[in-house]
Ligand binder design. Structure first.
Ligand SMILES: [Zn+2]
Length: 835
């Protein structure tokens, strides 16, 4: 009698308990997998490190299918798969990362950032071309080690005021770790060992100095433990202690408010906890997360507002997260899942992966932008500073730009794919992140099983696992039950079994899985329901969830090419339909005012049924426009005002689509009411208008000549908070900028505020300048008043007075300093025309 018959018989023999698990089957809901054992099947923490509840499976053990495979294929065909042709930092010729002597261009983070995801992309897809290309770079790194242990570009040895910069090598080690997990290449462990010997030899005060590496050295720590778990050399733990001592203190609180630093480093104490086993450290990662999200993450989508840094007062849902922050947050959550065994981290990973991350790139993964926000209604190439912190273009999709994100985005989906399944310490397997996939791995006793996972998740609620074992084998199967899920249920071979999995737990099915050609089928149903979250700290705005998905207003998109190349174009996306809606919700049962629907006729593209291109689920909601809600003076959706907003606009039915499918989006909605008690909103001042039409010999893409007469005044010459004109990247040239007047007017004074970003960029006060006026078709220089000079001062207006001229145009000519560019923040002229 085979296993299946035994199982069926046991059900038949227990009619009173129909629905109960078969007698040899243990089904229970546990908050964490056990940590009192150490898996012998896969590398995990050795003594004296705290035992790992989960171990990562070797790369290649998990084969992603369905939408994730589709995404990874797009990534291979998109800019990630072709960055050597697009990015100058990935140009092979003369690249420092390919040189055995570590000499050449691009020695810093960009190449390893890209390689880190690119290599894994090849490994998880089994893509020959990508794996071969990655191998070339890996060989370059492997060939570059010096006798003292240093590897990679030599310039990094003296990069920080004469001291070493180990930040780029931290990323390079991630590349090597994955490569080793995939190939077992015998050169990797000795290289890393020798490199950490070098780290041990650096005098303490010279080790990890300067900002980036000091903040981010938790990454280095993780690589040390990875190596220790494979070689067991105890001195490595002393290097780990030294690294921890030299890292900025993330245990006492959030040590730095840069978005990527937070997403990458908030976890650092939990990594070190594995060595100390003092729970203060583990707890600090939880607390860091809560601190940041409490202040800047009161928005849907799993991210927080840090459009470079978190800034006091910039916590509205229009504040965005950098693409680097998304992939680093996901990676941190994946690590913390394995370190703590807490399913909360996997929930948080899915939140970012489904709701925020997909919109960071174009649907074909051929372009990306720097910033993605829950409320974002236009993706143009304009400067939105200081509404977003950085000046210049941050929102349009461009595969040639955004330097760090352009390279670092590569690891988002490949790492995610590797973490779908994990090994448990008790010889089982855990479906940690749900996705169509197949896993082949060793379980208790060393038997190898294959489990296929079929599901429409996150767009569907049933997940079917088929367990295929060569012979009957007993092992526990762990299934994560997300926090949002009440009433999860499970069947084995179609028969319901009694299990009441609690939200935020693992359902364990521990049994002897029969040897069957077709295998046993476990079906898990995670009922998805509509839920409305109220963001009290964001003016009582609401967001609408359905299971793990959050929904956004569907906004019509007009894609407009603005640059790039024909093969790799850059696009702006503009709205074609109104977006200024608030939701009209039934206050007592908000979710009852919303309907779940599927698009008519199903998704249009066969084979792409479930992707983030074509939403397979739509919601219909009642809404009214709020006429006062508009763009503000920064050209961004105006910050929310209190809900409910008063409006007498007609009630309409609007469509909501999954946030991840929405390139333009409102995801944190005001609520609306016609009641006189509701709050009247005020209309924001719109984008500033230039006083005069302005032309220039040249203007950098992210800048605007309109900045000169927009009335926004700088605080200093290095002020990045307001729009500017720069002649970047023209250097050392003669340039000009001119005002045109509709009617001739009399002018006798002018004052110029020069842009100068010394310490940050390549713009300086020019070498000289002069002022001309239009006389007929000619431009003539003005006659300066007695004693007046063309001043060249920083941090102030440089005023000249001259003999009055009546003219239709005024022009500034500058001679830029050799090797430098220049720019102007504001240019005022006088006197004011008499009325
Ligand atoms: Zn970035």
């Amino acid at each position: 009698m085979n296993g299946w018959s035994l199982f069926a018989l046991s059900i038949l023999l227990l009619p009173v308990f129909a629905g109960r698990a078969p007698s040899d089957t243990r089904i229970e809901s546990v908050p964490r997998p056990p940590t009192d054992a150490r898996t012998a099947l896969y590398p995990s923490n050795r003594e004296p490190l705290a035992p790992s509840p989960f171990a990562k499976l070797p790369i290649g053990a998990v084969k992603p299918r369905g939408w994730l495979r589709h995404m990874l294929r797009l990534e291979a065909e998109g800019f990630v798969g072709h960055l050597t042709e697009i990015s100058r930092w990935c140009k092979a010729e003369g690249n420092a990362w390919l040189s055995p002597e570590g000499k050449g261009h691009s020695p810093w983070e960009e190449l390893p950032y890209w390689l880190k995801g690119f290599g894994d992309l090849g490994y998880v897809l089994g893509d020959e071309r990508v794996t071969r290309e990655a191998r070339k770079w890996i060989e370059g790194i492997l060939s570059s080690q010096r006798d003292d242990g240093w590897f990679g570009p030599r310039s990094n040895l003296t990069n920080v005021g004469g001291k070493s910069d180990i930040w780029p090598n931290m990323i390079a080690m991630n590349c090597l770790q994955s490569y080793y997990e995939f190939t077992g290449d015998e050169r990797v462990l000795p290289l890393m060992t020798k490199y950490f010997r070098w780290q041990a030899s650096v005098p303490e005060e010279d080790f990890i100095v300067g900002s980036w590496q000091k903040v981010r050295a938790g990454d280095n720590l993780e690589s040390i433990y990875w190596l220790y778990n494979r070689t067991g050399e105890k001195w490595l733990l002393q290097v780990a202690e030294k690294v921890h001592r030299r890292t900025i203190d993330w245990t006492g609180g959030v040590a730095n408010w840069h978005g990527v630093n937070i997403t990458q480093c908030f976890r650092q104490p939990a990594i070190f906890w594995m060595q100390t086993k003092d729970k203060t450290f583990r707890q600090a990662a939880y607390r860091n997360y809560d601190t940041v999200m409490g202040l800047y993450g009161q928005v849907p989508g799993g991210m927080f507002g840090a459009d470079e840094n978190c800034r006091k007062g910039y916590d509205d849902p229009r504040q965005a997260a950098e693409t680097c922050s998304m992939v680093e947050f996901m990676h941190s959550f994946e690590m913390l899942t394995k370190i703590t065994g807490d399913p909360l981290w996997a929930d948080r990973c899915e939140d970012v992966a489904f709701n925020s991350f997909p919109a960071s790139r174009t649907p074909d993964l051929k372009g990306l932008h720097y910033l993605t926000a829950p409320n974002m209604v236009v993706l143009d190439a304009k400067n939105h500073s200081p509404g977003v912190q950085n000046g210049g273009c941050m929102l349009a999709y461009n595969p040639h730009s955004y330097r760090c994100c352009q390279h670092n985005v590569s690891h988002g989906w490949p790492y995610y794919a590797e973490e779908l399944w994990l090994a448990t310490a008790d010889g089982g397997l855990c479906a940690s992140l749900y996705c169509p996939s197949e896993v082949t791995a060793k379980v208790a006793g060393g038997a190898e099983v294959t489990i296929t996972e079929e599901t429409g998740y996150p767009f569907g609620q049933t997940i079917r696992f088929r367990v295929m074992a060569p012979k009957p084998v007993r092992f526990p199967l762990y299934l994560r039950v997300p926090a949002w899920c009440k009433g999860a249920s499970v069947t084995i071979n179609g028969k319901p079994v009694e299990a009441r999995p609690r939200p935020l737990s693992y359902l364990v099915i521990d049994r002897t899985w029969p040897a069957e050609a077709d295998g046993d089928v476990v079906a898990l149903t995670l009922p998805m329901r509509l839920a409305v979250r109220v963001w009290k700290n964001n003016k009582n705005a609401v967001s609408v969830d359905y299971g793990p998905l959050t929904f956004s207003l569907k906004i019509g998109e007009r894609w407009k090419r603005y640059g790039g190349t024909d093969d790799w174009p850059a696009f702006e996306v503009h709205p074609t339909t109104p977006w200024n809606y608030g939701l009209a919700l039934d206050a007592d049962h908000p979710e009852e005012s919303i309907q779940v629907t599927r698009p008519e006729g199903g998704p249009k593209t066969p084979g792409r049924a479930i992707t983030f291109r074509e939403p397979p689920i739509l919601l219909k909601a009642k809404a009214r426009k709020i006429p006062e809600w508009d763009l503000d003076r920064h050209g961004l959706v105006a910050v929310l005002q209190p809900s409910p907003a008063r409006t007498s606009e007609p009630l309409e039915t609007v469509t909501l689509i999954p946030m991840g499918c929405a390139r333009l989006r409102i995801s944190a909605f005001p609520t609306v009411s016609t009641s006189p008690d509701a709050r009247a909103w005020t209309k924001p001042a719109g984008p500033p208008k230039p006083a005069y039409p302005t032309t220039a010999s040249h203007c950098h893409g992210g800048d605007t000549a309109d900045a000169l007469s927009d009335g926004l005044l700088p605080k200093r010459s290095g002020d990045h908070a307001i729009p500017r004109l720069t002649w970047w990247d023209h250097r050392g040239t003669s340039e000009w900028v001119a005002y045109r007047f509709k009617q001739p007017r009399t002018v006798s004074e002018a004052e110029v505020y020069w842009f100068d970003d010394t310490g940050r960029g390549g713009c300086r006060i020019p070498a000289s300048w002069r002022l001309l006026y239009q006389d007929g078709e000619q431009w003539k220089e003005v006659k300066l008043a007695g004693g007046a000079t063309y001043a060249l001062q920083k941090d102030r207006f440089n005023k000249v007075t001259f003999e009055p001229v009546k003219t239709r145009g005024l022009r500034i000519e500058v001679q830029l300093r050799p090797d430098f560019s220049g720019g102007i923040l504001e240019w005022r002229i006088g006197p004011k025309p008499s009325p």
